[in-house]
Design a protein around this ligand. Structure first.
Ligand code: UGA
Ligand code: MN
Length: 337
């Protein structure tokens, strides 16, 4: 009886040993065998090619960064550049976001620029506030409404009343307040430029104006019914102005044609634009409190290059929009344009 049991146990043990051994041999064979199933390789291949792509992309970025770094070597370090404070009046209309987009994307190419955007509005609008937050520039957002009696009404000719006056003055007021508290000489170093939101600005213009000592000037293209208006320079001095209209004005030039040093703005706390100035005298109303013609600093190759254009954007026609609105099919008002 016990001998039979012993035999059975032995058989079970041998069987168990055999099965384990076979399992082990099978496992060893699998390990050594070359697996040609494409399914297994696919994720590995994909990962390799993804890593390769990433490597190429990073190599490209390194090359671009190195290229961008090279011209910087020739320029003075950023902090030694004077800041250009650009004061821009702006008002709500269909093309406003388009104008601000174009303008801000020019400014993004200018080092050390501080944008002072002043809304002609009793409140800061969500459109402009959100726009500024995302624009990537250093900015100050201000607002002041143009007094009702000074505001152009629908249908008025554009020359009837000056535009952007209170807004530019508000920008000057902010600068004087803000810079007063800046300690040392550095806080007063800078240049102030009045850039309307619809003009076209060359990047070169900003480098020309950066060295302004008192008031610098240059030609403006497509303005005053002319191909360009310009100061005329002889022996490095402005001797007269090339303009088609009232050359007898103290400073017969457009707003886009000059920049003022911050120091001069701060040293003359009462200098500002006069909203009551007769047509064409707005620029003179500020400048006559700051400089004489003799002191003007000609830029842009002695005023022989046009680097800013007094472009004006056409008012978009809304005939079809209005027709569809009557039928309740107007463009979705929730989409910001
Ligand atoms: C010309 C000059 O280039 C302006 O610098 C000057 O302010 C203006 O004439 C004037 O005589 O007042 P123009 O193209 O006729 O410019 O004027 P706009 O471009 O219509 O307005 C000048 C600035 O004021 C713009 O930045 C505009 O957005 C702003 N603006 C205009 C307001 O803030 N509120 C308005 O009701 C209208
Ligand atoms: Mn304009």
């Amino acid at each position: 009886m016990t001998a039979r049991m012993k035999l059975k146990l032995k058989t079970v043990f041998v069987l168990y040993f055999m099965v384990s051994l076979m399992g082990l041999i099978y496992a060893l064979m699998q390990l050594g065998q070359h697996c040609d199933c494409a399914e297994h390789d696919l994720p590995k291949d994909r990962a390799i090619s993804r890593l390769q792509e990433e490597l190429y992309r990073l190599q490209g970025q390194i090359r671009q960064l190195e290229k961008a770094k090279q011209p910087e070597k020739k320029q003075p370090p950023k902090s030694s550049l004077s800041t250009i404070f650009v004061i821009t009046p702006t008002y709500a209309r269909l093309v406003q976001k388009a104008e601000l987009t174009r303008l801000s994307q020019t400014f993004l190419h200018v080092p050390q620029l501080h944008w002072i955007l002043v809304e002609d509005s009793p409140r800061k609008t969500p459109l402009v506030s959100n726009f500024l937050m995302k624009c990537g520039l250093t900015y100050t957002h201000l607002n002041v409404p143009t007094a009702k009696e000074r505001k152009l009404q629908e249908g008025d000719p554009s020359w009837l009343k000056p535009r952007g006056v209170e807004q530019r003055n508000e920008g000057l007021r902010w600068l004087r307040e803000d810079r007063k508290t800046e300690p040392g000489d550095d806080g007063q170093q800078g240049v102030v430029y009045f850039a309307d939101d619809d003009n076209t600005y060359s990047l070169q213009l900003f480098e020309e104006m950066r060295s302004t000592q008192r008031v610098s000037i240059w030609p403006v293209g497509l303005v005053g019914g002319m191909k360009f208006e310009s100061p005329v320079v002889e022996g490095g001095k402005v001797v007269r102005f090339h303009t088609g209209w009232r050359p007898s004005r103290p400073f017969p030039m457009d707003m886009a044609g000059f920049a003022v040093s911050l120091r001069l703005v701060l040293a003359n706390p009462d200098a500002c634009f006069d909203g009551e100035a007769p047509m064409g005298f707005l620029e003179s109303s500020l400048l006559k409190g700051l400089v004489t013609v003799d002191e003007l600093e000609p830029k842009a190759d002695n005023c022989t290059k046009v680097l800013v254009w007094h472009t004006r954007t056409e008012k978009p026609k809304m005939k079809r929009e209005e027709a569809l609105q009557v039928q309740g099919l107007g463009s979705d008002p929730a989409v910001e344009v």
